[in-house]
Write a protein that binds this ligand. Structure first.
Ligand code: ATR
Length: 277
């Protein structure tokens, strides 16, 4: 029997994960199956039962998407440091009766920015918008990339402050509200980790946060020019990107974690890229 993997979410119809992992398996010659599972939202313990049934049927690992990332984290017997800070899991591995939780969203994002977009973070001024799950998942990999400054801006400043307080004391981290950004000059990289774009909204960014030599990154993918990316374009930011590369890179990290071989990502990113305009 083939080793079984799946992505679990609800809704799950839009997922690109079976396509991505199918292409990875083809390219690396790994013999596995990868499907999409619509997880049950109710009753509360149904998610755990679904995961356990998948393990009993030969499941070796899962990707986890909304709304199950917190439940997957809670279900695990072991959790990586990244998953701990995010308080959420986007990948699970099943080994010897144990469930291990990881969160590759942040490393996937960093790899896309540094390797695919060619923008090394070391020594740069970085601004992350938002302090929800997406920002939490990205934080440790950003700190590890040694930016000169890492500012987390959120409407509810206390949420950004709580997040910053959880990270090692000697990192160049600062939490603030959007108004305070006006006095902070421009940033080499601005990452939109809010959920504003999903509602067609724009975080209240003061003019001047973007750099004419920098980059703007939107975690949402496949939605064309979101209000955030449009603003970046208007500010003549030379490099603007959506999250398609992050999506493929986090998948590659999970694949490598499960199978011990890292697939190539360029062709898969190109295949999934929807032009911004
Ligand atoms: P999750 O944890 O699932 O990612 P969340 O905790 O609701 O979701 O986080 C969403 C993030 O997007 C939050 O940082 C939220 O800001 P607040 O914490 O201040 O609410 C941010 N967000 C959502 N809509 C926004 C908008 N229109 N402008 C700015 N920030 C927004």
């Amino acid at each position: 029997m083939k080793d079984r993997y799946a992505v679990i979410g609800n809704p799950i119809g839009h997922t690109k994960s079976p396509l991505i992992h199918g292409l990875f398996a083809q390219e690396t010659g790994e013999d596995l199956s990868y499907t999409a599972l619509e997880g049950p939202v109710e009753p509360a313990d149904a998610f755990a039962a679904t995961v356990r049934a998948f393990i009993a049927a030969g499941g070796k690992g899962m990707n986890v998407t909304a709304p199950f990332k917190l439940q997957a984290f809670a279900l695990a017997d072991e959790r990586s440091e990244r998953a701990e800070l995010a308080g959420a899991a986007n990948a699970l591995r099943f080994e010897g009766g144990r469930i291990v939780a990881e969160n590759f969203d942040g490393v996937g994002l960093l790899r896309d920015i540094e390797v695919n977009l060619g923008l090394p973070i070391a020594g740069k001024r970085v601004l992350i918008l938002g302090a929800g799950g997406a920002a939490r998942g990205a934080l440790l990999p950003f700190v590890a990339a040694r930016p000169a400054e890492l500012v987390i801006a959120n409407r509810h400043v206390a949420k950004a402050q709580t997040l910053v307080a959880q990270v090692v004391a000697d990192s160049p981290l600062l939490a603030c509200g959007y108004r305070e950004l006006a006095a902070m000059g421009h940033f080499d990289l601005v990452v939109n980790a809010t959920s504003a774009s999903l509602a067609g909204e724009l975080p209240p960014l003061p003019p001047g946060v973007f750099s004419a030599t920098g980059a703007a990154y939107e975690l949402v993918y496949g939605k064309g020019l979101t209000p955030f990316l449009r603003l970046a374009r208007e500010a003549a930011v030379p490099r603007v990107a959506d999250g398609v590369g992050m999506l493929v890179e986090q998948a590659a990290e999970a694949f490598a974690w499960w199978r011990g071989v890292r697939p190539q990502t360029r062709a898969v990113i190109d295949r999934l890229t929807v032009p911004l305009d």
